[in-house]
Design a binder for this molecule. Structure first.
Ligand SMILES: Cc1cc2nc3c(=O)[nH]c(=O)nc-3n(C[C@H](O)[C@H](O)[C@H](O)COP(=O)(O)OP(=O)(O)OC[C@H]3O[C@@H](n4cnc5c(N)ncnc54)[C@H](O)[C@@H]3O)c2cc1C
Length: 466
């Protein structure tokens, strides 16, 4: 552990039982699960930006990973992730959308509404919630961790008995001295994407002009003629939960580290540049888009991976592809490996590999416990997995599931005095099942057939939780 700051001199803000760093999809659910289960224990959630949700609200609008892909979809995630979707569903702010690339049916939502939903759920559970506050240093203080944050009021310190690192970049684990792999160390890191949204798109005109086939042709012609130098001819654009608006995952910035401020600055600049190359192309070459504009870029460039912590267990590609259901599983995943990478020739490509057989694997508890940890968990995109296993197990239904398991485990650890790396797994699994988590592959095929592009379709009620 490298201490940068004199913790003694920093004012004490709080002493808490469970501290969650980062309010992304994983962190919000970790705090919610811990607060609900741990009545009487104090739970604090700290986030560097001014709103919750992380990637779920900064740049995206579709939860993947609830369903397995293919003709016989199974719903493989439940519990708190369902309750989040239910809250969105109450206001009619979801619809299910088929994924053109085969990651399974997605749950589309309005990301601005989701910020409100996260806020409300967090407040309902009595969580101490602090925005605009960044973790910058960690020290051990007896059996607790002393975590130093910075915000506009200066430095402050929180003493925590249990910590859940949900920072996406494993900032806590890095500062506390846990071992991790940096993306790009062994295989090329997944590329980054600035997402953008366009308004005033006439999708009827677009469909009449040939839809997707026409778009693919137009992209090829734009590149061949040099008229619009699109960095990439793949990606996706889809209708949003707002009329005549579309959202994209098209930009691709590869070969730059998101852990270095200088290269991350270059990536932000390049992501914005690419977004407007696409805007010019859409307006000039694609019917239905003539009068459209970019109305929003992602809050920051989308970062798929940075640090992956070495845990008590490391999820591997072989385990995913074997469809293993280990005894200590804490959630399921059926998403294919989806690796956004740069080809050896510098070209952009996305590599897909599906989970064979039932198309599902179970994720062991040890993947959310940093190696040797007694009081710390790591959840979300910095959990313990190899590059290619991570490329499958990073959708938000799965990151929320990791949070759910860590929240319950932290409470169990406090209540029963069990170290993080020696939790009574059967108890944790029982508690997960009680919440509605799915730990066995369901027999029933989920009926997603009647879902359309609008929220007012019957299938939206599949998220009703008793
Ligand atoms: C471009 C892109 C497209 C994707 N598309 C999809 C998709 O369509 N559907 C899907 O399901 N998944 C998708 N994914 C994957 C998925 O969104 C992510 O894996 C997931 O959202 C990660 O959640 P997280 O909570 O682990 O991290 P994050 O969402 O990154 O949350 C981490 C949070 O911690 C905060 N934080 C960071 N450092 C600190 C600090 N030091 N102090 C305090 N707070 C801190 C951050 O501000 C953030 O709010 C996509 C990812 C990207 C990048």
């Amino acid at each position: 552990m490298t201490t940068i700051i004199n913790h003694v001199a920093v004012p004490l803000l709080a002493e808490v039982d469970v501290l969650v760093i980062g309010a992304g999809s994983a962190g919000c659910v970790a705090a919610l699960a811990a607060a609900e289960r741990g009545q009487g224990l104090s739970v604090m959630l700290v986030e560097r930006y001014g709103f919750p949700g992380g990637t779920s609200t900064q740049m995206l609008d579709t939860f993947y990973g609830f369903f397995t892909p293919g003709e016989t979809p199974r719903k493989v995630v439940g519990g708190w992730p369902d309750r989040v979707v239910n809250e969105l569903d109450k206001t009619g702010n979801i619809f299910l959308r088929p994924n053109t690339y085969g990651a399974g049916t997605g749950v589309n939502y309005n990301p601005e509404r989701l910020k409100l939903v996260w806020d409300q759920l967090i407040q309902q559970q009595g969580i101490r919630y602090l925005l605009h506050t960044t973790l910058i240093d960690v020290n051990s203080a007896g059996e607790r961790y002393s975590c130093v944050f910075w915000n506009k009021g200066g430095f402050c310190k929180v003493l925590a008995r249990r910590v859940i690192d949900a920072s996406g970049d494993a900032d806590f684990c890095h500062l506390a001295g846990f071992a991790y792999e940096r993306a790009g160390e062994h295989e090329p890191a997944q590329s980054m994407t600035t997402t953008f949204r366009m308004s005033n798109v006439d999708l009827d005109e677009y469909e009449r002009a040939g839809g997707k086939k026409m778009l693919v042709r137009a992209m090829q012609e734009a590149v061949d003629s040099g008229h619009h130098p699109l960095p990439r001819k793949e990606g996706s654009a889809h209708e949003m939960n707002a009329k005549m608006c579309i959202s994209t995952v098209a930009v691709k910035v590869a070969g730059l580290s998101a852990l270095n401020a200088e290269t991350l600055t270059q990536a932000e600049i390049e992501g914005r540049r690419q977004a407007f190359v696409y805007e010019d192309f859409f307006r000039d070459d694609v019917p239905g888009y003539q009068e459209s504009n970019i109305i929003g870029l992602s809050h920051q460039i989308g970062v798929r991976e940075t640090r992956r912590v070495y845990g008590e267990h490391r999820l591997t590609k072989d385990e995913c592809l074997a469809g293993l259901l280990p005894n200590d599983r804490i959630f399921l995943c059926g998403a294919p490996i989806e690796d956004h990478r740069q080809g050896a020739d510098g070209s952009s490509e996305t590599y897909w590999e599906y989970i064979p057989g039932a198309g599902v694997y179970g994720v062991p508890y040890g993947t959310i416990v940093p190696k040797g940890s007694q009081t710390v968990w790591v959840v979300g995109r910095c959990f313990s997995a190899t590059h290619d296993a991570h490329a499958s197990c990073r959708s938000m239904a799965q990151t929320m599931s990791m949070g759910q398991a860590a929240g319950l485990a932290a409470v169990q650890s406090l209540r029963n005095d069990e170290p993080a790396n020696a939790i009574a797994i059967k108890q944790l699994q029982e508690d997960l099942l009680q919440l509605g988590a799915v730990l066995d592959v369901p027999d029933a095929v989920a009926d997603t057939s009647r879902n359309g592009w609008r929220h007012n379709v019957p299938a939206r009620h599949i998220y009703n939780v008793a």
